[in-house]
Design a protein around this ligand. Structure first.
Ligand code: HEM
Length: 180
């Protein structure tokens, strides 16, 4: 997983808990490289999960809530650093449909070593879309935060329900219903 994701998680935690606390939590978290992440490096996703658990233990916030918050944070980061993926998008659904078809395709060209999830989307009328997330990485809640942040970006409101696929832990359906 790209170093930028790790660097941004540390930044988010620093803003939330303060730099000294983050240094201490990372030191105790027993990370492979002592938590020295750089944007040009690549690190195992398990290290990201370890950090989330460490911040969760420290703060009392659930790992789930922290991953969702991090999804919001990364959406803001992507919008700032990759504005070309956002121009011409007029709705959250159109942006979400573009992730697998265009955005992550471009990301893969830019960073051939990126480990990206797959998405299939299906619209059910104007206000409902199912987005099926497939990834061997356990980042469902992170994905939820990214989807929530997409809605927010377009001033849309709605409910996102997660539907698991028994027998296939790598797949999760996000059933997104917009308030009409
Ligand atoms: C809009 C601009 C976007 C950019 C530039 C972008 C780029 C990236 C990058 C660089 C990674 C890390 C890959 C790696 O570490 O190897 C990533 C991962 C990921 N992206 Fe995107 N992304 C964007 C939008 C989205 C959106 C809207 C969603 C939500 C549906 C999404 C879902 C994910 C997820 C869930 C991962 C984690 C990897 C996994 O679950 O397997 N991305 N993306």
């Amino acid at each position: 997983m790209k170093g930028v994701i790790f660097v941004e998680l540390v930044k988010m935690a620093e803003q939330a808990f303060g730099e000294d606390t983050v240094d201490m939590v990372i030191e105790k978290a027993d990370l492979e490289n002592g938590g020295a992440f750089t944007t040009v490096g690549n690190y195992p996703c398990s290290e990201l999960v370890k950090m989330v658990v460490a911040f969760s233990n420290h703060s009392g916030l659930s790992a789930e809530a922290l991953q969702i918050q991090f999804g919001h944070w990364m959406m803001d980061f992507f919008a700032e650093h990759y504005p070309e993926f956002f121009v011409d998008r007029t709705s959250a659904f159109s942006l979400l449909e573009a992730v697998d078809r265009e955005i992550h395709v471009e990301v893969k060209k830019l960073y051939p070593d990126a480990e990206l999830p797959r998405f299939e989307t299906e619209r059910h009328g104007e206000n409902r879309m199912e987005m099926v997330y497939s990834s061997p990485r356990p980042l469902d809640a992170f994905c939820q935060g990214l989807i929530e942040a997409c809605l927010k970006r377009f001033g849309e409101e709605g409910e996102i329900q997660r539907v698991a696929h028994p027998g296939n832990p790598n797949v999760m359906t996000f059933d997104i219903k917009l308030h009409a």
